[in-house]
Design a protein around this ligand. Structure first.
Ligand code: TRP
Length: 338
C-alpha cells in the first residue's frame, strides 16, 4: 500500500517560543501547508515527562495556549490545518501503549536525549521520560504520517519511530500497515544561536532571557536584546571566509538574512566593513518589523483563551477522525475486542 503524504509535527509547551523556533520550524511548517496536508500538535503529554505536578498545571495550560497561538500567528491556518493538543486525542496514548510493547529496551537505551535529560540520576527520571520517543512514534504513526519536520536533535527519535513501525508491521503480519515516516530536517539552514554565546543554540531553557528573542517580547525588548547581543571588536566581515571563528557575527548575519529573505552573501556584501552598532540598528528594525505583526497577533489571540480552546477542540475532532479508524485496525490486529 502506498501511503498518502501527510505531514505531522509538534512542539512542547515548555516556557515560551523564541526566534529560533520561528525561523527554524514554524516558517517551514507554514510553507508546507501549501504542499501537503498537515497536522500540527502541541505535545502537552510530552511536557509532563519532566516537571509534572499540580503546581505546574496552570503553567502547562497557559503554555499550551501560547504555543497554539504562535502556530496561528506565524501563519498556520486552522481552517486548513488541524491544530490540537495531544492530550485531547486519546488515540496518541492508546497507540503509545501498544508501541511500548513493540519497542525493545535495548533500542531505548541508545537514545542520547534521554541520557542528556536524565543527567547523573537516571533512577530519578520518570518512566515517561524514558519512553518519550515511543509516544513520539505514536504521535506520527497514529495518523500514518509520512513526513515529519523536526530539528537535527530529533533525528534519532525518528529513526526509532521507523524501527518501531517496521517491527509492528512485521510482528502483526501487515507489511505496509504503518509507513516509514521521513524526517524533514528543518533549522539547519537557519541555526539560530544564543545572543550571548554564538556557540550555543538559542534555547528556551537558557537561564539568560537576554540570550533569546521570545515570541512574546515587545518591540522595545527585541531592540534592546539585539543591541546588547554579544559581538567581537572587529567590524563586520567583507566575505564569508572572514566569518570563520566569529560565531556571534555569523549568527546575527544569519538572522538578518533569514528575516529579510535574502541570501547571506548579499547581506555580508551590504554590511561589509561596517561597525556593529549600525548593523544592529538595522537588524533590530528588521526583527521588529517581521516579528511585530506575529507577536501582536499572538497577544490578540491570547486575550481570548476560550477561542484558542475552541480551535484546539476543533482540531482535535478532525485529528480523531483520522486516528480512530487506524487505531481500530491496530486493536483488531493486536486482538483487542472493540
Ligand atoms: N520531541 C519533539 C521535540 O522536542 C516534539 C515532538 C513530540 C514531535 N512528538 C512529535 C515532533 C512528533 C515531531 C513529531 O522537538
Amino acid at each position: 500500500m502506498k501511503h498518502s503524504p501527510l505531514v505531522l509535527s509538534g512542539m512542547q509547551p515548555t516556557n515560551t517560543l523564541h526566534l529560533g523556533n520561528y525561523l527554524g520550524a514554524l516558517k517551514n511548517w507554514v510553507r508546507m501547508q501549501d504542499q501537503m496536508p498537515c497536522l500540527f500538535c502541541v505535545v502537552d503529554m510530552h511536557a509532563i515527562t519532566q516537571d509534572a505536578g499540580y503546581a505546574h498545571a496552570a503553567d502547562l495550560t497557559r503554555s499550551t495556549r501560547e504555543v497554539a497561538a504562535a502556530y496561528i500567528a506565524a501563519g498556520v491556518d486552522p481552517k486548513r490545518t488541524p491544530i490540537f493538543n495531544q492530550g485531547q486525542v486519546p488515540e496518541h496514548g492508546e497507540l503509545a501503549w501498544v508501541l511500548n510493547c513493540v519497542a525493545r529496551l535495548g533500542w531505548l537505551d541508545r537514545m542520547t536525549q534521554f541520557k542528556e535529560k536524565s543527567g547523573k540520576h537516571k533512577e530519578r527520571a520518570s518512566v515517561g521520560l524514558y519512553t518519550y520517543p515511543v509516544l513520539m512514534a505514536a504521535d506520527i504513526l497514529v495518523y500514518r504520517a509520512t513526513h515529519v519536520p523536526v530539528g537535527e536533535d530529533q533525528k534519532q527519535h525518528l529513526e526509532l519511530a521507523r524501527d518501531i513501525a517496521a517491527k509492528f508491521n512485521n510482528d502483526f503480519g501487515a507489511p505496509d500497515f504503518f509507513p516509514q515516516p521521513e524526517p524533514v530536517i528543518t533549522g539547519t539552514a537557519t541555526r539560530v544561536m544564543s545572543l550571548r554565546d554564538g556557540a550555543k543554540k538559542m534555547s528556551k531553557t537558557d537561564e539568560s532571557d537576554a540570550s533569546r528573542i521570545n515570541l512574546t517580547d515587545d518591540a522595545d525588548a527585541i531592540a534592546n536584546k539585539i543591541k546588547r547581543a554579544k559581538t567581537d571588536p572587529l567590524p563586520l566581515p567583507a566575505s564569508k571566509e572572514e566569518l570563520k571563528d566569529r560565531p556571534e557575527a555569523e549568527n546575527l548575519l544569519n538572522i538578518y538574512a533569514a528575516l529579510a529573505g535574502q541570501d547571506r552573501d548579499a547581506v555580508i556584501a551590504q554590511f561589509a566593513g561596517q561597525q556593529f552598532s549600525g548593523f544592529k540598528t538595522a537588524l533590530a528594525d528588521l526583527t521588529v518589523s517581521k516579528l511585530g505583526p506575529i507577536t501582536a497577533e499572538m497577544r490578540r489571540l491570547l486575550a481570548d483563551p476560550a477561542e484558542i480552546d475552541r480551535i484546539l477542540k476543533n482540531g482535535a475532532d478532525k485529528a480523531r477522525a483520522i486516528a480512530t479508524p487506524i487505531m481500530d485496525e491496530v486493536k483488531k490486529r493486536v486482538g483487542f475486542i472493540i
